[in-house]
Design a protein around this ligand. Structure first.
Ligand SMILES: Cc1cc2nc3c(=O)[nH]c(=O)nc-3n(C[C@H](O)[C@H](O)[C@H](O)COP(=O)(O)OP(=O)(O)OC[C@H]3O[C@@H](n4cnc5c(N)ncnc54)[C@H](O)[C@@H]3O)c2cc1C
Length: 383
C-alpha cells in the first residue's frame, strides 16, 4: 500500500501542517477541560474537515475515502478527541443525510455544515441497545402529519455541541429491525433535551451526552428515506464509519510510535540510547510493522468503498486490526517512556486513554469478529 501513500504525499503534508499548527497545541488542554475552545470547530470547518466527502454542490470537498482516512489519521496523530469528533460527524452525521436523504433535506441540514460549521450527531445507541442496536426502544408514533417521538439515546458524540442529530426510532412496534426508521432531530424542537455530559477515560475534548425525546413532534419532512429503512441505513452507515474509526486508531498508534522512537533514540541508560538495547528495538520494530499492516487494511477498505463494491467485511477487519494495533502501540509507548509515559509530561499517556474508544465505538472488537465470522460462514455456505 506504499504506492497509495506516495500518491497522497502532498495532501498528507498539507493536513499535517494544519494539525501541527492548530490541533496539536490544544490537545492537552481539551483533555483537561473536557471541551474544545470556542472557535476551534469553526477552524476545522474552514479547512473543509466538516464536509470531507460532501458533494461540491453543498459546499463540500468531495475528497475520496483514502483522503478522508488520511485526514482522520493526521488529526488523531496529535489529538484523538478531534479525530473522533470529525469521524463521527462526517461518517455518521453527514453520511446518512447525504446518502439516504432527499435534496430538500440536504439543503436544509448540510448547507449549514459548510456555511456555519454546524455539527451533526448520530443517535443510535440507547441505554438498553448498545451492541444490539436493532433492539432500539425509542418510538415514533405516526400521527396525521408528524411523528410523536419518545425515547433516550446514550453515549452520543457531540450530543451537546451538535445542532442536528440523526435519531433512530421504532415506527412499527412489531416489525423487528424492519420497523426502525431514522429522522433528523433539530435542537430547539420542543421536548428534545440534552442530558448529562459523560466524564470519560479518554477522548475527553469530544463531548458525549444523552439525548432525551419527550413527545417531540417530528415532521414527516425530517424522516430520512422510507419508513422502516432505518436499520439498513445505519448498517451501511456503520460500514463506512468503521474505516474512519480505524483511521483514528492508526493515527493514535503513529503518534505514540513516533514519540517512543524519538525517546528511544535520545534517552540514555547504561551509557547508551535505550533504543540500542534489543528489548526496546524489537518493540519499535513490531510497532512499525503493525502500523504498516493497519494502514494497508484501511487503504484497502477505503479503495473498495470508493469503487462502490462491497466493503463491509474489509471495513470490519480494518477497524478490528487497527484498534488492536493502537492498543499495542500506545501500551508499548507508555512503557518505552517509563515514568514520563505514565504522566501528563508526555502525550502518550493521553493517547493510551484515547485508544480504548477505538475498540468500543461503532461496534466493539467482539462485534467486528462477529461481522467477519458471519461473512466467512455465509460464503462457505454459498460454495
Ligand atoms: C466515547 C464514545 C462515543 C460514542 N459515540 C456514539 C455515537 O455518536 N452514537 C451512538 O449511537 N453510539 C455511540 N457510542 C456507543 C457505542 O457505539 C457503544 O458503546 C457500543 O456499540 C457498545 O455498546 P455498549 O457500550 O452498550 O456495550 P454492550 O453492548 O453492553 O457490550 C458489553 C460487552 O459485551 C460484549 N458483547 C455484546 N454482545 C456480544 C455478542 N453478541 N458476542 C460477544 N460479545 C458481545 C461487547 O463486545 C462488550 O465487550 C459511543 C461510545 C463511546 C464510549
Amino acid at each position: 500500500m506504499m504506492f497509495v501513500d506516495s500518491e497522497y504525499k502532498d495532501f498528507r503534508a498539507g493536513v499535517r501542517v494544519f494539525c501541527e499548527a492548530e490541533v496539536a497545541p490544544q490537545a492537552a488542554e481539551a483533555d483537561r477541560t473536557q471541551e474544545f475552545k470556542p472557535g476551534y470547530v469553526e477552524k476545522l470547518a474552514q479547512q473543509g474537515y466538516l464536509s470531507i466527502q460532501l458533494p461540491r454542490k453543498y459546499g463540500g470537498r468531495e475528497w475520496n475515502t483514502v483522503q478522508y482516512s488520511i485526514i482522520v489519521e493526521e488529526l488523531s496523530r496529535v489529538c484523538g478527541a478531534t479525530g473522533l469528533m470529525i469521524a463521527a460527524h462526517n461518517s455518521l452525521g453527514v453520511g446518512p443525510i447525504c446518502y439516504f436523504g432527499n435534496d430538500e433535506q440536504r439543503e436544509r441540514f448540510l448547507l449549514p455544515v459548510t456555511k456555519d460549521g454546524v455539527l451533526i450527531a448520530f443517535g443510535l445507541s440507547e441505554p438498553g441497545a448498545g451492541s444490539d442496536a436493532g433492539g432500539t426502544r425509542s418510538y415514533a408514533d405516526r400521527k396525521d402529519d408528524y411523528y410523536l417521538l419518545n425515547g433516550t439515546k446514550s453515549w452520543i458524540t457531540s450530543g451537546k455541541s451538535c445542532k442536528f442529530a440523526i435519531g433512530t426510532a421504532r415506527t412499527d412496534k412489531s416489525g423487528g429491525v424492519k420497523g426502525i426508521s431514522s429522522f433528523v432531530l433539530e435542537k430547539g424542537m420542543e421536548g428534545f433535551t440534552v442530558g448529562k455530559k459523560e466524564n470519560k477515560l479518554g477522548c475527553r475534548g469530544s463531548d458525549t451526552a444523552y439525548l432525551h425525546f419527550d413527545d417531540v413532534k417530528v415532521p414527516f419532512a425530517n424522516r430520512i428515506g422510507e419508513e422502516g429503512a432505518g436499520f439498513k441505513q445505519f448498517m451501511i452507515t456503520l460500514d463506512g464509519g468503521r474505516i474512519s474509526i480505524g483511521a483514528m486508531a492508526l493515527g493514535l498508534a503513529v503518534g505514540a510510535f513516533e514519540i517512543a522512537a524519538k525517546h528511544a533514540a535520545t534517552r540514555k541508560q547504561f551509557g547508551r540510547p535505550i533504543g540500542y538495547f534489543q528489548g526496546i528495538a524489537w518493540k519499535l520494530a513490531d510497532m512499525a510493522t503493525r502500523i504498516e499492516a493497519a494502514r494497508g487494511l484501511i487503504y484497502g477498505a477505503s479503495l473498495l468503498k470508493d469503487k462502490k463494491v462491497p466493503f463491509s467485511t474489509e471495513s470490519a477487519m480494518a477497524k478490528l486490526f487497527a484498534s488492536e494495533v493502537c492498543n499495542f502501540c500506545t501500551f508499548e509507548a507508555v512503557g518505552i517512556l517509563g515514568a514520563e509515559g505514565y504522566s501528563e509530561k508526555s502525550p502518550v499517556e493521553r493517547m493510551y486513554r484515547d485508544m480504548k474508544l477505538t475498540e468500543i465505538g461503532e461496534g466493539t472488537s467482539e462485534i467486528q469478529r462477529l461481522v467477519i465470522g458471519r461473512a466467512i460462514i455465509k460464503q462457505m455456505m454459498q460454495e
